[in-house]
Design a protein around this ligand. Structure first.
Ligand code: SF4
Length: 350
């Protein structure tokens, strides 16, 4: 079969216009060859320390103005109460992200991470997107490296992949003008150099064109070739509701199913051999549909996502998924379910 080995940029552009069944067969073969039939997921709990954000991205339904009645900023005690709830659910990973506000001192996160580790040393802290790290560096007048070193020292184990959106300046100017695609890559490179493993994401289904998707995939692939620091590539399906992009009529609906399938397949085809875990985040698709998309090269469903709020701000979803449910949906796809840790070590088969 063609395209089973390394795929060039122009191969990827050509492939975009091929029949989806053809793409599926290449993607599925590559997936089987590199990770086998196991579908992984982690038991994780989301904590959003604030929903106030000065970046006001047109793509975002989550952020609030400081004066909004439902605006909040969590104290360390609030955070620890949430972590205790997470622990009672048996999670292994905390996913901690929030908004960009000047109150974000390095000390706030240092105290947060140290206290979490002191009380629950076995928990993995996966926290702060590249966007947040860059912002914290700016408001604290520190280098990105210094921020990362201090937070790693305080207990930061890994970083989520959010904030990448689509790594193209023209697209970013419209969907999230306060963010800089080059900065996202720089922070990730710095984190990887310090031994902090991270995820990578792609938020698609808004104003992007196929060439932007491919550009994004190759930027991620090139950085992975350099650092090897990415753990997985997570597909995030954009939900337009309650966003400025929707209010302005720039995006009126979600991406259609054939587009989702093509994006998942292309991600596997381009990244396979560089990043072998391709995650279909069920929160963006619904559990059943995410399970169907595993046939297009997906090998991971991300996690239980207890207490997920960001996607829910745009559109209500199924809440959370138990490990048994995720195992059920992996089996529905005729695959072998396995609970993993943040670093993709298998903890147990279900
Ligand atoms: S996407 Fe992130 S940076 Fe942008 S407004 Fe929402 S919370 Fe802020």
């Amino acid at each position: 079969m063609e395209y089973l080995d390394d795929v060039s940029f122009s191969d990827a552009v050509n492939l975009w216009y091929k029949d989806i069944h053809y793409l599926a067969s290449i993607a599925d073969t590559k997936r089987r060859r590199s990770v086998g039939d196991v579908v992984t997921f982690v038991s994780n709990f989301n904590i959003n320390y604030t929903n106030v954000c000065t970046y006001r991205c047109p793509l975002c339904a989550f952020y609030r103005e400081p004066t909004d009645p439902d605006a909040y900023f969590m104290s360390i005690e609030d955070i620890l109460r949430k972590v205790a709830e997470a622990v009672s659910l048996g999670v292994t990973e905390l996913h901690i992200v929030g908004g960009m506000i000047p109150e974000l001192t390095v000390e706030y996160f240092e105290v947060m991470f140290r206290e979490i580790k002191r009380r629950w040393p076995w928990l993995t802290i996966k926290a702060l997107t590249a966007t947040e790290i860059a912002y914290i560096a700016k408001v604290n007048k520190m280098s990105i490296r210094e921020v990362l070193e201090r937070l790693k020292d305080a207990g930061l184990d890994a970083m989520p992949g959010g904030g990448a959106e689509i790594l193209n300046h023209d697209v970013m100017k419209v969907i999230a003008p306060a963010k800089d695609p080059d900065e996202w890559l720089r922070v990730m490179e710095e984190a990887h150099k310090l031994g902090i493993r991270t995820n990578a994401t792609m938020l698609y289904g808004h104003i992007e064109k196929p060439e932007h998707i491919i550009e994004h995939l190759f930027k991620i692939r090139r950085l992975q070739e350099k650092t090897g620091g990415f753990l997985t590539f997570i597909l995030l399906k954009f939900k337009p509701w309650n966003t400025e992009l929707y209010r302005k009529g720039l995006v009126n609906d979600e991406a259609p199913a054939p587009y989702d399938a093509k994006v998942v397949a292309l991600s596997r085809i381009v990244l396979d051999g560089f990043i072998n875990n391709i995650s279909v985040y069920w929160v963006g698709y619904g559990k059943k549909y995410a399970s169907a998309l595993l046939a297009y090269g997906g090998s991971d469903l991300v996690g239980t996502a207890y207490s997920e709020k960001i996607f829910r701000s745009a559109k209500p979803h199924e809440g959370y998924a138990t490990l048994d449910e995720l195992a059920h949906y992996a089996r529905t796809a005729e695959r072998i379910p396995a609970q993993r840790d943040t670093f993709f070590n298998i903890l147990r088969y279900l």
